[in-house]
Design a binder for this molecule. Structure first.
Ligand code: MN
Length: 202
């Protein structure tokens, strides 16, 4: 069964002024669509056609680069749209807040670590908040369209928040100022969505 691109869960201008409409449209309608189309081409006629996107990512070392790049690209963007919201921002509460305080000391320290992970990722990639196999939270980053689900990732775990630091995610509005984008995006992170993922992952 072929993978399909789902519609954005909100209007393309919903995250303005932090992420602009044109960036969202190009990012979702063209970049994400291309990952989906190229993943379908890469797995056509192979056993991966019968696997879930998660299973493909978890066993990515078995597959050629086109599956890694586009299977990662599809998974990462699917996650990305759902952890952003016009009603986002602020700080997490409840069990997720407790886990963050335990792992990082404070929410502010988590934010600093995520922003550093994104800012220091050379070239294109992602910054992540993950739940490791032992249930602990960790911040990590991956190059290109890799992610922490992949069996090739340096730090493996269940990603509960991903921040896209490819230039296509911010260049129209922020040009070369990746740190400014990494500040702005915290106004639209949906911590309720991240908390839901935390509950499922832990
Ligand atoms: Mn992207």
């Amino acid at each position: 069964m072929a993978f399909e691109l789902e519609a954005l869960p909100y209007a393309s201008n919903a995250l303005e002024p932090h992420i602009d409409k044109e960036t969202m449209e190009i990012h979702h309608d063209r970049h994400h669509q291309a990952y989906v189309d190229n993943l379908n081409k890469a797995i056509a006629g192979t056993d991966a056609e019968n696997l879930s996107l998660e299973e493909i990512n978890k066993n990515i070392s078995k597959y050629p680069a086109a599956v890694r790049n586009n299977g990662g690209g599809h998974f990462n963007h699917k996650l990305f749209w759902t952890v952003l919201s016009a009603n986002g921002g602020g700080e997490p509460t409840g069990e997720l807040a407790d886990a963050i305080n335990q792992a990082f000391g404070s929410f502010s320290e988590l934010k600093t670590q995520l922003q550093n992970a994104g800012a220091t990722r050379f070239g294109s990639g992602w910054a992540w908040l993950v739940v490791k196999a032992d249930g602990q939270l960790a911040v990590t980053s991956t190059p290109n369209q890799d992610n922490p689900l992949m069996d090739v990732a340096e730090v493996q775990g269940a990603p509960i928040l991903g921040i896209d630091v490819w230039e296509h995610a911010y260049y129209l509005k922020y040009q070369n100022k990746r740190p400014a984008y990494l500040d702005a995006i915290f106004n639209v992170i949906d911590w309720n969505a991240v908390a839901k993922r935390y509950q499922e992952a832990k």
